[in-house]
Design a protein around this ligand. Structure first.
Ligand SMILES: Cc1cc2nc3c(=O)[nH]c(=O)nc-3n(C[C@H](O)[C@H](O)[C@H](O)COP(=O)(O)O)c2cc1C
Length: 197
């Protein structure tokens, strides 16, 4: 990491290194992840907390080289199409948006997106712990991705995660090379208030 990048990741307060060391590169080596590696990522996601333990997260995964990987990749848009094809696996993150209440009625799960976000972060931190990198993408064609993964009714596509072994920045097109560095964050004082907004 360059000195600039290290400076960008200085925490305001003491925090476990996994939070500042994790970031979202775009360069991957192209090595396909093993199924065991993918299972470890999904295992971490599985243990995320959720409202009433409904576990609304759903994942569709494919390893580099598989036809399903190509189908998911082709549903990405913009720059994502350029770099994510070198990932070791692509993981589609969706949420199941209804739950059955105590009366047996199907009702909206108000926290499905929030809970699924927690699961994605667990997956990303597990990738980091395994020496891999994970990069979430909201840039995809909704209809095309739904078709590629056979999205069932009542589910929402949240993002696609590119995960794999980090590659060299130099392997990226020039415009993306310039962006291949960890970003900074707003100070804690800006995102929090003591007692009341
Ligand atoms: C839901 C979501 C959607 C995102 N969509 C994209 C995307 O389409 N393309 C992309 O290159 N990065 C995407 N990102 C990555 C963010 O830009 C990145 O996480 C953010 O700039 C913070 O940087 P860091 O992850 O390196 O700390 C997305 C991240 C999230 C959580």
């Amino acid at each position: 990491m360059s000195l600039d990048a290290i400076h960008a990741r200085q925490p305001d307060h003491p925090v476990a290194a996994q939070f500042t060391d994790r970031w979202s590169p775009r360069s991957f080596t192209g090595r396909a992840l093993s199924e065991a590696e993918v299972m470890s990522l999904l295992e971490a996601a599985r243990w995320a907390p959720s409202a009433s333990n409904h576990q609304p997260w759903r994942f569709v995964w494919a390893r580099a080289g598989e036809p399903a990987f190509a189908a998911i990749h082709q549903a990405l848009t913009g720059n994502n199409l350029v770099w994510a094809g070198r990932a070791g696996a692509l993981i589609v993150v969706a949420s199941k948006d209804a739950v059955t209440n105590r009366e047996g009625a199907e009702v909206a799960n108000r926290t499905a997106g929030f809970d699924t976000g927690a699961a994605w972060m667990s997956l990303a931190l597990q990738a980091h712990a395994m020496g891999l990198v994970a990069h979430a993408m909201g840039g995809f064609d909704r209809d095309r991705l739904a078709q590629a993964v056979g999205l069932p009714a009542g589910h929402t596509l949240q993002c696609v995660v590119a995960v794999g072994e980090q590659g060299a920045a130099e392997a990226l097109p020039e415009d993306l090379q310039a962006r291949e560095k960890p970003s900074s964050r707003r100070p804690v004082a800006e995102i929090s208030r003591h007692g009341r907004f």
